[in-house]
Structure formats: C-alpha cells, structure tokens
Design a binder for this molecule. Structure first.
Ligand SMILES: Nc1ncnc2c1ncn2[C@@H]1O[C@H](COP(=O)(O)OP(=O)(O)OP(=O)(O)O)[C@@H](O)[C@H]1O
Length: 356
C-alpha cells in the first residue's frame, strides 16, 4: 500500500446515498501528489457526488477521506469545506457577475492584508494570463477567459488539491483543446494534484495522467489512458472508451486464436487455456484492409472524417441470419463502397472477454 505522505488523496470504503438510494457503495481511490486523475463515466454514475464528498459539501454515510495525509472525513470527523485546502472549479465557473475579475479572484481572501492580496492577485492573474483583464466584469470576457478567472480564484487560496467539475464543457471546441493543454501545463509546472470530472473521453485522454472509469457507484478500472483504451478489463470499459469489434475466438495456443478473420496472433502471451471459447475485442484502427478481387469482405458503408475514414465492412458469415458479420474499420485513406477486401489485424496484445 502507498504511504499517506506520498498521496494527495486517499478514499477508503466510501459510501453515499440520497434519500435511501445508494450512489457510492464502497469507493476506494488513491491520488498521488502532482497527479491529475479523471473520473469518467456515464451520466448519473456518481462522479460529481464523489467530488462533493471530497470537498466536504456532502457527508458520506460510511468510509474515510484523507487529503495530503490528513483525515478530513471518517466516522468521528467531518471537516468543514473551507478547512480542507481544496479548490473547486465548476462547469459554469460560478463567477459573481457584479464583481470585476480582481474582486472575483480575491473573494475569499478578505482576511489577508491588502499587501498580501495584491501579491496573490498579481501572481494568479499572471499564471492564467489575465493581468490586463483585472478590471473587466465576467460578461466582458469570453468563455475561456471566464474559466481562467475561476481557475485563478481557486489558485488564490493555494489549495493542496484542485477539484474540477466538467471544467471544459462550456468552452467552444476550437478553444477547448488549447485550454486543456494550457491548464495541464499550469498544473504540472506548479506540482498540483487534481481530480476532474468529465463525460468526454477525448478530454480525459488529453488532460489526465490516469483515468478511473465509474460504473454503478464503483470504479470499474483505473489506469493510464492507453492502458484502459488498449487493455480494457471489462466490456463496459472497452465500449465506454470507443468503438470495438467483437469476434468469437477459440484459443489455439499461448499466442493465437482462431476467428472468422482467420488465425490472429497476440504479441503478449495469452493467459487462457487452449480450446477455450472467448470473445476477441478489436479496435477499428487495429484492422487493415487490402482491396482484392476475391476478398473475404465487402465495404458496405464509408464516412470521410478528415484525418481518418470510418468504414463498415461486411464479412460473409453463414452462422448469422443475414449472412453478414459487420466490422468497423478506421483507415487513413478512403476506398470505394462495394470494393472487396481482405482483412489483416495489426499485431497487438489481444484482449479476450468471456462470451455472454
Ligand atoms: N441532491 C440529490 N438528491 C437526490 N438524488 C441526487 C442528488 N444529487 C444527485 N442525485 C442522484 O445521484 C446520482 C449520481 O449523481 P451525480 O451528480 O454524482 O452523477 P454524475 O456521474 O456526476 O452525473 P453527470 O455526468 O450527469 O453529471 C444520480 O442518479 C442523481 O440523480
């Protein structure tokens, strides 16, 4: 187990319910210092509830929370939000419309001396690149700039942990990519720990060091974006993080399986007994097509997406009612609908699930 001193957050056996309905049922989670973790999952699975519990805005029904080695919640203690050294950034920025950028940023700093307030203001506005906007009101700023004011306000209290609830969802998609990059650099260069909530896997991949995929009040899998995308532990995680093709597979030996696409090899040894019947998960970009006159499949649909082309191929499979096994393929170059193709699988570590 990791020692508390190396952790920004430790959540143990956390439970929470609203009016008798269980939302979290034994959540365990650890966040390293200087780490950015994303809580990802379908709507209503308990992501925002988890942030509120960490912030102290909601009491847990059971379990404990430690922030930087200090217990803030357990059976005897429920530390007030303002004593937790946590900064929160909400989806709607929650800026006061009648206050300037300066007054919004210094809103919680009224106990500090004027000199200290000025120092803090200069420091955080410089960090988020808003020094020249100090006298503006929120309605005189773009969405991205308002979000940066919310970040500056959260940073003004020198939090030990930042909590971000859908911080990019109201930002125009053109600006979002840039803001995610900027924000990640800011957190990393100031050794800050952060947990953020999103619906968007693209944001999660771009912003987080590790992802926790939630399902029904529990973490289904925790790991780096590429671990979860390439080696999902369950079909729920595989499907949640992107399109997947599923093929019936029979294990032939430690490195290969038999499928409707022929024998497919795994880079990494399989940990499944020879002869077992499994379901092989393959991402669209792990399939490659070659146009040939007597191919095993036909291109039935195609969608040009700019950087890639997405197509559906139909593989003859007499075991299926319509005689066609549809597979999704992501390609660099478009082909022709109706072309016959052969299909090869890019060598990778195969992912096998139980058949249902
Ligand atoms: N104050 C409340 N009273 C009753 N039920 C609530 C309350 N707040 C949230 N819930 C319910 O708890 C569940 C978890 O809500 P939560 O906001 O944590 O989900 P979420 O994963 O953040 O969802 P979303 O992605 O849609 O924001 C949902 O079913 C929600 O309806």
């Amino acid at each position: 187990m990791t020692t508390s001193s190396s952790l920004a957050l430790r959540i143990s056996d956390l439970h929470c319910s609203y009016a008798g309905v269980d939302i979290l049922t034994g959540l365990d989670l650890e966040l390293g210092k200087n780490e950015i973790l994303c809580l990802l999952g379908p709507s209503g699975c308990g992501k925002t509830t988890t942030l509120k519990l960490i912030a102290g805005l909601l009491p847990p029904t059971q379990g404990s929370i430690e922030i930087n080695g200090e217990v803030v919640d357990n059976a005897e203690l429920n530390l007030a939000p303002e004593k937790r050294k946590v900064g929160i950034i909400f989806q709607d920025y929650a800026l006061f419309p009648h206050l300037t950028v300066t007054d919004n940023v210094l809103f919680s700093q009224y106990k500090q001396s004027k000199v200290k307030q000025k120092e803090t203001l200069d420091y955080v506005l410089k960090l988020v690149n808003l020094t020249e906007f100090a006298d503006r009101y929120p309605h005189q700023l773009s969405g991205g700039q308002q979000q940066r004011v919310a970040i500056a306000r959260a940073l003004a209290s020198s939090p030990e942990l930042l909590l971000l609830d859908e911080p990019f969802s109201n930002i125009d998609s053109q600006v979002r990519h840039h803001l995610i990059e900027e924000m990640r650099d800011l957190l990393k260069s100031h050794n800050m720990s952060a947990i953020f909530v999103t619906h968007s896997k693209e944001e999660a991949f771009a912003f987080a060091d590790r992802l926790a995929v939630f399902h029904q009040g529990k973490i289904e899998q925790l790991g780096t974006p590429s671990e979860l995308y390439n080696q999902p532990a369950t079909r729920f995680v595989a499907d949640f993080l992107g399109k997947v093709n599923y093929l019936d597979a029979v294990v032939l030996d430690a490195h290969s399986v038999q499928t409707a696409l022929g024998v497919i090899s795994s880079k990494k040894a399989l940990t499944v007994a020879v002869g077992e019947q499994k379901l092989l998960a393959i991402r669209p970009q792990q399939l490659q097509l070659q146009v040939v006159k007597q191919g095993i499949a036909t291109i039935s649909q195609q969608q040009f997406l700019g950087m890639t082309t997405h197509c559906t191929i139909c593989l003859t499979d007499t075991a299926l009612a319509d005689g066609c096994l549809e597979l999704s393929v992501s390609m660099q170059q478009p082909m022709q609908v109706g072309d016959m193709v052969n299909v090869t699988v890019v060598e990778h570590d195969l992912v096998l699930f139980e058949r249902e």
